[in-house]
Design a binder for this molecule. Structure first.
Ligand code: FBP
Length: 294
């Protein structure tokens, strides 16, 4: 991240999570109400009120929350949060009802909206491999340029998605997640958010096809070595790992330990934190901080 402008560095410095050894980020996303609908909150009904996530972020001194414009304006701007919780404004989004085989996430607001609100960074979901990828490249180009002009960091959710990815090798394969990491590096992200790959490739047959066949001799390497490769692919871009669906504490902490060893720069966990009762989430965050510091 050395090559970033001084303005971007200043913003990123504010987002570094205090109380952890190393320069690490711990973000709390709450864009699920748009992406999945309120059903995600049924696991822990108080979490439907964005004050739940904002309070958690404030109490645990996380890097910040990630939300769409409506929540940012109506909840984050409340005086008890605005000065104490950092905001990452999510710029694009879609509902669950769209055609995921042609995944595309249209813009809902601009980088300028984020700057006016006082966000420390902006977020953009890019669907690698979707049949609508060309539209995504065009849309992203403008967002990236605007982020450069305003000197605000751009975090890219780099997610392999769509019918071609599914029919070839699967969205969570080691090969596709590495590809998504590299794409973020190529297109000019400042930070990238990646899903953890699954250990085995989802569709063995398709590994025989180019460009994935080069992975075949490496199928038996350890999961940690696969994570190292994903991290390598992200290159100069800061890499964050996402949490995915609710997991038990042991599995979650092990994932964090491994991604930390592989050189990831932090986490962005939503459901795994706010789907837990408040006190349990606070104590889990303490454990996460300890694992990362170790
Ligand atoms: P989680 O930690 O809950 O997985 O959140 C990460 C996230 O990227 C959210 O920002 C986003 O709403 C959601 O996952 C999208 O997940 P998917 O595209 O798999 O439905």
């Amino acid at each position: 991240m050395d090559s970033l402008s001084s303005s971007k560095k200043r913003h990123l410095k504010k987002l570094i999570c205090p109380g952890i050894r190393g320069l690490k980020f711990l973000f709390l996303p709450i864009d699920h109400g748009l992406e999945h609908g309120p059903s995600d909150f049924l696991e822990n009904p108080p979490s439907i009120d964005p004050e739940y996530e904002l309070s958690l972020s404030m109490q645990c001194k996380l890097s910040g929350v990630v939300m769409h414009l409506g929540l940012a304006e109506k909840y984050w701007q409340r005086k008890q949060f605005k000065k104490r919780v950092n905001l990452v404004l999510k710029l694009n989004g879609k509902t669950f009802f769209g055609d995921d085989s042609e995944a595309f996430s249209p813009l809902l607001c601009s980088v300028e909206d984020g700057v006016k609100l006082g966000a420390e960074a902006v977020g953009y979901t890019f669907y690698v491999g979707s049949p609508k990828e060309a539209d995504d490249f065009r849309q992203f180009k403008k967002v990236r340029r605007e982020a450069e002009e305003f000197g605000i960091p751009l975090i890219v959710w780099s997610y392999p998605r769509g019918r071609i990815v599914e029919s070839k090798i699967g969205k969570d394969s080691w090969a596709t997640v590495s590809y998504a990491a590299r794409v973020a590096n190529e297109i000019g992200a400042d930070l990238v958010k990646l899903n953890l790959p699954v250990n085995e490739n989802e569709n063995e047959k398709e590994l025989n096809t180019s460009p994935f066949k080069n992975y075949l001799p490496y199928e038996k390497i350890s999961f940690l070595d696969k994570l190292f490769w994903v991290r390598e692919a992200a290159g100069a871009v800061g890499a964050l790992v996402s949490g995915g669906k609710y997991k038990n504490e042991i599995e979650l902490l092990e994932n964090i330990r491994l991604s930390n060893r592989a050189g990831f720069d932090g986490i962005m966990f939503g459901r795994n934190l706010w789907q837990r009762p408040y006190d349990e989430a606070v104590s889990l965050i303490e454990k996460i901080k300890r694992v990362i510091s170790d």
